[in-house]
Design a protein around this ligand. Structure first.
Ligand code: NAD
Ligand code: DAU
Length: 369
């Protein structure tokens, strides 16, 4: 982990949107532990939200840290609430992660993605433009919006090549199309209105506290419950995996040292097919919780995701050479940590499943909305 304690002083106010989600939560925890800044977490509290991990950090840090943390339950789809929240937060730095994030859900119900990811980003940009223009000159010079996006905006790769900052946009799912739109809005507000921005496009994250609808927690929990492990299509689709804390390192580097107006691609250089990922999880479970026969016997090939992108891979040369970022964990190490965490936190998984009403059923194969 990189030490960021010197980067944010006690007068600095950081607005994190989506801080009750998986990556936003990891970011808020790091900011609380490693800086003296005030952290304002703006989140609408959706099915995917949970603040247990932040509460744990706050109770460990005591009352001074509690005074540095504010939660604003706000939905970015509301123009007036967003404007008011930005006014109240009065931020020096904004890290924008709030979004609907699950591809399968975007296939069943794309409108929620348009509303949160496009309209929500537009409302935030308008509110921030107003805020930035009114700041005194010294704070105005230092202000920055960091827009957090995905490699999925670049589309799908064949067996060769990697995405980089100059790859043309070619989103192919409702989710990635809305994230691409939000990236374009952020760039447009920079070029047209001068709003100081940086953008990042990251590959697949995994690690503790991820809502159990994404591949890695789904597989671990299905295996622990002795249920069929669903592998979409032929299991040959490839993703480039990054441990969430390494993503947070990259985000903090870009937010503090990235060149204004630039985008940075972030990836773990850990390409694995879904079949390899699932088999690796089963192997770890075979060692940690042996049960007579291998967990691999639960692997079941199921109907493919419509429009399933074949392969993602990131060329991280820019963030590596300009900012000195490297992931600290290999996929093998991160996966063991993650499997151990889910084994130890099945009560948390049950809690968030019950609260959200999502119990691991297959989604994303409906064709009508
Ligand atoms: P997540 O679904 O776990 O969390 C998203 C959070 O955003 C939730 O707490 C949700 O309540 C909040 N949110 C959604 N719409 C909102 C709205 N209208 N107003 C206020 N809050 C809202 O997602 P995540 O996996 O933590 O991803 C965070 C960001 O990082 C997203 O922008 C996503 O596109 C991007 N990203 C994710 C990955 C990944 O692998 N998970 C990889 C690259 C980029
Ligand atoms: O690439 C970054 C993106 O990674 C982020 O922008 C998204 O927010 C995040 O959800 C993730 O998108 P993916 O679609 O790649 O992640 P997901 O975990 O849904 O699926 C990973 C791969 O595993 C994908 O090829 C589909 C497959 N899959 C998924 C699930 C849930 C299965 O085979 N079985 C499953 O049960």
């Amino acid at each position: 982990m990189i030490d960021f304690s010197h980067n944010f002083n006690k007068d600095c106010k950081i607005l994190v949107t989506g801080g009750a989600g998986f990556i936003g939560g990891a970011l808020v925890r790091r900011l609380l532990i490693e800086t003296k800044a005030t952290i304002i977490n703006l989140d609408k509290y959706s099915y995917a939200s949970d603040a247990t991990s932040i509460d744990e950090v706050l109770s460990g840090l005591g009352s001074v840290a509690n005074n540095r943390y504010k939660l604003l339950k706000v939905d970015l789809r509301s123009e007036s609430d967003t404007a008011l929240a930005v006014q109240m937060a009065d931020p020096d730095l904004v890290m924008h992660l709030a979004a609907e994030s699950h591809v399968d859900r975007s296939i069943d119900g794309p409108s929620a993605f348009l509303e949160s990811n496009i309209l929500g980003t537009f409302n935030l940009l308008q509110a921030l433009r107003d805020h930035w223009e009114r700041l005194p000159e010294d704070r105005k010079q230092l202000f920055r919006l960091h827009h957090i996006s995905t490699d999925e905006v670049f589309g799908s790769l064949g067996s060769k090549g990697r995405f980089s900052e100059i790859t043309p946009y070619n989103p192919r799912s409702p989710y990635s199309a809305t994230k691409a739109a939000s990236d374009h809005l952020v760039s447009a507000w920079h070029h047209t209105y001068g709003l100081p921005v940086v953008l990042t496009n990251c590959s697949n994250n995994y690690g503790p506290w991820q809502f159990p609808e994404k591949l890695i927690p789904v597989v671990i929990l299905k295996a622990l419950e002795n249920q069929k492990i669903p592998l979409y299509g032929d299991g040959a689709n490839v993703r480039d995996w990054l441990f969430v804390e390494d993503h947070v390192d990259a985000l903090l580097l870009v937010a503090t040292k990235g060149v204004c107006g630039r985008s940075y691609c972030i990836g773990g250089s850990e390409e694995h097919s879904n079949k390899q990922v699932v088999e690796s999880i089963c192997k770890i479970l075979d060692e940690k919780l042996p049960k007579g026969k291998s967990y691999t016997e639960l692997i079941t090939y199921v109907t493919d995701r419509p429009g399933h992108d074949k392969r993602y891979a990131i060329n991280p040369d820019r963030i590596t050479s300009e900012l000195g970022w490297h992931p600290s964990k290999t996929f093998e190490e991160g996966l063991i940590t993650t499997v151990e965490w889910y084994i130890a936190h099945r009560d948390w998984c049950e809690k968030v499943s019950k609260r959200s009403g999502y119990f691991g059923d297959r989604i994303g194969i409906s064709t009508a909305n």
